[in-house]
Design a binder for this molecule. Structure first.
Ligand code: NAD
Ligand code: TYD
Length: 341
């Protein structure tokens, strides 16, 4: 089986490719990624020489390019993914998240292949109480969430109208190795390691429901193999935290591993202006996923955070190359020569 994974140089899909190659010796993964600022081929160093992996540099909006690639199924991660960027400029979000998904759906329709669409709990908007269920109304508040909700609706429509065998997953906030340091958890870790201010938006009482990226990858695998076509699956680990509690917990762990005074790192916390339209709370009910596929999260949150801190400490070269911009050269050095040959 040849699976087209989109956005494989990003945070979650690079973890997913590693997971699939080690779990399924018979699979070949084709990674298509246009290498935006968030795409980093260094995330895939461990597996890039595998003969069961190939990379295509390209845009998911390019239907001619897609037509020339051989595959039997699509697992679609590629997206513009950062809410703050979507507030500054929504255009690339609409282009990639909506038009890109549409282009891939047309390809799936023509080939009659399975399409797994990786979406987000943010399409449901914010909830003060209770949990998001798969049939909760879609009430996206940020341009990012609106673009993902739009793509979800297109996936549904292509299933209903054209019979595309499509499934949608909606996961809560991820953390773990290889996350780009603009997102909250890696930002707090890196700033805590280098004594820089840690910005907390608003009053810090916004709630997010956190899951380790490896548990998310296992859930996408479970839906791909055991999910029902036409279905939506929420993915979450029942792990809600206020931002301020989370930030304090991470800074205390960082202080411990650095052997520095906890109070000194907690003093880095700086309350800043709130994000526009900042969703107050996300909370996922993953019961359908658990019932249909037998999936359960495995990573304990405190252990997961400790391991993630250790990972960033052990991989300083990886994030220093992101901070300096050097990571963008990796494609040319690894693939530029080979392509010219
Ligand atoms: P990311 O920003 O780390 O990676 C996105 C990848 O997509 C990058 O490698 C980028 O180069 C690629 N890409 C962007 N536009 C492209 C285009 N037009 N053509 C080809 N490739 C393109 O994102 P992530 O955090 O790994 O998220 C992956 C998916 O999971 C997204 O669909 C996101 O909505 C969803 N998701 C993320 C989270 C989270 O907490 N990060 C939670 C739930 C769902
Ligand atoms: P983020 O990691 O951007 O994920 P999302 O917006 O998709 O949930 O942010 C997680 C939470 O942390 C969100 O409530 C915004 C908040 N936040 C901060 O308080 N400070 C920061 O510097 C960032 C990046 C986020």
């Amino acid at each position: 089986m040849r699976i087209l994974v989109t956005g494989g140089a990003g945070f979650i899909a690079s973890n997913f490719i590693r997971h699939m190659l080690s779990a399924y010796p018979g699979y070949h993964i084709v990674n298509i990624d246009s290498l935006t600022y968030a795409g980093n081929l260094e995330n895939l160093r461990e597996i890039e020489s595998s003969d069961r992996y190939s990379f295509v540099k390209g845009d998911i909006c390019n239907s001619d390019l897609l037509r020339g690639i051989a595959f039997d199924a699509i697992i679609h991660f590629a997206a513009e993914s950062h809410v703050d960027r979507s507030i500054l400029d929504a255009q690339p979000f609409l282009q990639t998240n909506i038009m890109g998904t549409y282009t891939l759906l047309e390809e799936a329709r023509q080939r009659g292949c399975v399409f797994l669409h990786v979406s987000t709990d943010e399409v449901y908007g914010s909830t003060e109480e209770g949990f998001f269920h798969e049939d909760s109304p879609l009430r996206p508040n940020s341009p990012y969430a609106a673009s993902k909700a739009s793509s979800d609706l297109l996936v549904r429509a292509f299933g209903e109208t054209h019979g595309v065998k499509a499934m949608i997953t909606r996961c809560s906030n991820n953390y773990g190795p290889f996350q780009f340091p603009e997102k909250l958890i890696p930002l707090v870790i890196l700033n805590g390691l280098s004594d820089k201010p840690v910005p907390v938006y608003g009053d810090g009482m916004n709630v997010r429901d956190w899951i380790h990226v490896v548990d998310h990858c296992r859930a996408v695998d479970a839906v791909f193999h055991r999910g029902r076509a036409g279905e939506v699956y929420n993915i979450g680990a029942r792990n809600e935290r206020t931002n301020i509690d989370l930030v304090k917990m991470i800074l205390k762990e960082v202080a411990e591993v650095r052997g520095v005074d906890e109070g000194r790192l907690l003093d880095l916390i700086t309350f800043v202006h709130d994000r526009k339209g900042h969703d107050r709370r996300y909370a996922i009910d993953p019961a359908r996923l658990e019932g249909d596929t037998g999936w359960n999260p495995r990573v304990d949150f405190r252990e997961g955070i400790k391991n993630t801190i250790e990972w960033y400490r052990a991989n300083e070269a990886w994030w220093q190359r992101i901070l300096s911009g050097e990571y963008r050269e990796y494609y040319r050095t690894q693939y530029g020569e080979r392509l010219r040959a």
